[in-house]
Design a protein around this ligand. Structure first.
Ligand code: PMP
Length: 431
C-alpha cells in the first residue's frame, strides 16, 4: 500500500521548497516522512492517511482550548459570514485591545498585526524610532521570528537545522544586533558599558522556549529592565509563545515585579488564525503611524475573522483552563521523566509554567544558556520521537522545541501518551 504521507511529501517537494512552508515541518532533525494533516479536534490530529494522533504541538501554541473548539469555530463562522476582510476598522479590534489590556494592564495600547515576526519587527523599529538609537541586544537561542536582524544565533528551526544565521542578511544589518548569552547579566552590563548610548532595546523571550524550554533565572527579566532603563534603552518582552498560554497574563503575569516597555503577542491571541500584536506604554505606542513617525501597516492587520477567533479564545481561556493546562503539563512531564529514568536515560525536565521540554544527558545543574542545551545528547530524541509517533502521539519534531498541552487533553488522551512512553524511552536509551 502506498504511504499516503510520502506521496504527499513528494508531491509537495515538486512545488514547495523542501515540501513545507515552515522548515521544522520537514522533520529535518528527526528524519522520516512528515505527516500531512487534514483535520484536528480537541487533543487529536488526523493525517492524510486517516491516522489519528494525540497532538502535543497544538499548532505550536495557539490551540490552548484544543483544536476546533466549538465556541471559537462558531465565532469564526459568524465573522466569516459577515465578510472576510474590510480593510477598515472594526469594533471587534478595539474589543480585543481592551481584552488584552484587562489581562495585561501594562499594555496601554495595542497594535494588531498578522504574525509574530511582524510584531517583533515592528516593536524593534518602534524602539529605534523612539530612542533614536540603532543597536539591539538579543540572546543566543532566542527566536523572535524571521526578520533580518533577528536570525543570528536564533532558536527554533535554526537550532533544529544547526544554522548560525541566514544567508541573505547583510553584514550591515547583522552588525546592528548584539547577540549575548542568555541569563548572563554581566554580559548585558558589559554590552551597555561599551555601547550604551547606541542601544535602542533588549529583546528577550519572556521565558525562552525555542531552544527547548530555558526559563529566565529568578529576577533576570526584572534586572534586565533595570539595566536597560539605567542606559535609556527599552526592553521588548516577547510573549508570542508564552502570552496567554502560561497564564492569563502570560509569563509576565506570573511575576509582575517589572515593567517591560513593549510586549509582543502571537499564537494564542489569534486562537489559530494569523493574528499577532505589539503593545506597551502609550507614550511609546503613539510613536506608531498615524499618530507618530514610525511606519507600520497591513492589508490584513486586525482581520475580522482572525480577531473573532482571538476574542473567542481569550473569552474561553478562564482560570479553570489555565489550572487544567498546568495540571496536564505536570502529569505528562513527570510521566516522560519517569519513563526515561526507568529506561536509564539521563535527562532533565525543563519547565516554564505549563511549557516543558527535555534535555538528554547528564546535567548537574539545569541548562541556562543556548551553549548549555547544545551540549545535550540530542540524538536520543529521534528514536524517542518516532516511537511516540508510531504509537499515535505527535510531538514537536525537534528536541529544541517546547511541548504544548491543551485544555482538551483529557484522561483518554493522556493515557495514550503514557502507554507509549516506556517503549519510546527504551528507544532513546538504545540510541
Ligand atoms: N517570537 C517567539 C517567541 C516565537 O516563538 C515565535 C514563533 N514561534 C515568533 C516570535 C514568530 O512568530 P511567527 O511564527 O508568528 O512569525
Amino acid at each position: 500500500m502506498a504511504d499516503v504521507n510520502l506521496v504527499e511529501f513528494e508531491r509537495a517537494r515538486r512545488v514547495i521548497p523542501g515540501g513545507v512552508n515552515s522548515p521544522v515541518r520537514a522533520f529535518g532533525s528527526v528524519g522520516g516522512t512528515p505527516r500531512f494533516m487534514v483535520s484536528a479536534r480537541g487533543p487529536y490530529i488526523t493525517d492524510a492517511d486517516g491516522r489519528e494522533y494525540v497532538d502535543l504541538v497544538a499548532s505550536w501554541g495557539p490551540a490552548i482550548l484544543g483544536h476546533a473548539h466549538p465556541s471559537v469555530v462558531a465565532a469564526v463562522q459568524e465573522a466569516a459570514a459577515r465578510g472576510l476582510s474590510f480593510g477598515a476598522s472594526t469594533p471587534a479590534e478595539t474589543a480585543l485591545a481592551e481584552a488584552v489590556r484587562a489581562r495585561v494592564p501594562i499594555v496601554d495600547k495595542l497594535r494588531l498585526v498578522s504574525t509574530g515576526t511582524e510584531a517583533t519587527m515592528t516593536a524593534i523599529r518602534l524602539a529605534r524610532g523612539f530612542t533614536g538609537r540603532p543597536l539591539l541586544i538579543k540572546f543566543a537561542g532566542h527566536y523572535h521570528g524571521h526578520s533580518d536582524g533577528l536570525l543570528a544565533e536564533a532558536g527554533s528551526g535554526l537550532a533544529t537545522l544547526a544554522m548560525p544565521g541566514s544567508a541573505g542578511v547583510t553584514e550591515a544589518t547583522a552588525a546592528q544586533t548584539l547577540v549575548l548569552p542568555y541569563n548572563d547579566l554581566p554580559a548585558v552590563r558589559a554590552a551597555f558599558e561599551h555601547h550604551g548610548p547606541d542601544i535602542a532595546a533588549v529583546i528577550t523571550e519572556a521565558a525562552a522556549a525555542n531552544m527547548g524550554v530555558v526559563p529566565p533565572d529568578p529576577g533576570f527579566n526584572a534586572a534586565l529592565v533595570d539595566l536597560a532603563h539605567e542606559y535609556g534603552a527599552l526592553v521588548i518582552l516577547d510573549e508570542v509563545l508564552t502570552g496567554f498560554r502560561v497564564g492569563p497574563a502570560g509569563f509576565w503575569g506570573l511575576d509582575r515585579s517589572y515593567t517591560p516597555d513593549l510586549l509582543t503577542f502571537g499564537k494564542v491571541i489569534g486562537g489559530g488564525m494569523p493574528l499577532a500584536a505589539l503593545g506597551g506604554r502609550a507614550e511609546i505606542m503613539d510613536y506608531l503611524a498615524p499618530s507618530g513617525p514610525v511606519y507600520q501597516a497591513g492589508t490584513l492587520s486586525g482581520n475580522p475573522v482572525a480577531v473573532a477567533a482571538g476574542l473567542a479564545t481569550l473569552a474561553a481561556a478562564d482560570d479553570a483552563v489555565y489550572a487544567r493546562l498546568d495540571e496536564t503539563a505536570a502529569i505528562i512531564s513527570k510521566a516522560v521523566s519517569d519513563a526515561l529514568t526507568n529506561a536509564g536515560v539521563a535527562h532533565r525536565v525543563q519547565r516554564a509554567g505549563n511549557l516543558f521540554s527535555f534535555v538528554f544527558g547528564s546535567f548537574e545543574t539545569a541548562p541556562r544558556t543556548y551553549a548549555d542545551v547544545l551540549r545535550q545528547e540530542a540524538w536520543r530524541y529521534r528514536p524517542f520521537f518516532h516511537a511516540m509517533l508510531d504509537a499515535g502521539v505527535s510531538l514537536p519534531p525537534s528536541v529544541f522545541e517546547a511541548w504544548f498541552v491543551t485544555a482538551a487533553h483529557d484522561e483518554a488522551a493522556v493515557a495514550r501518551i503514557l502507554e507509549a512512553l516506556p517503549a519510546a524511552a527504551r528507544a532513546a536509551a538504545a540510541a
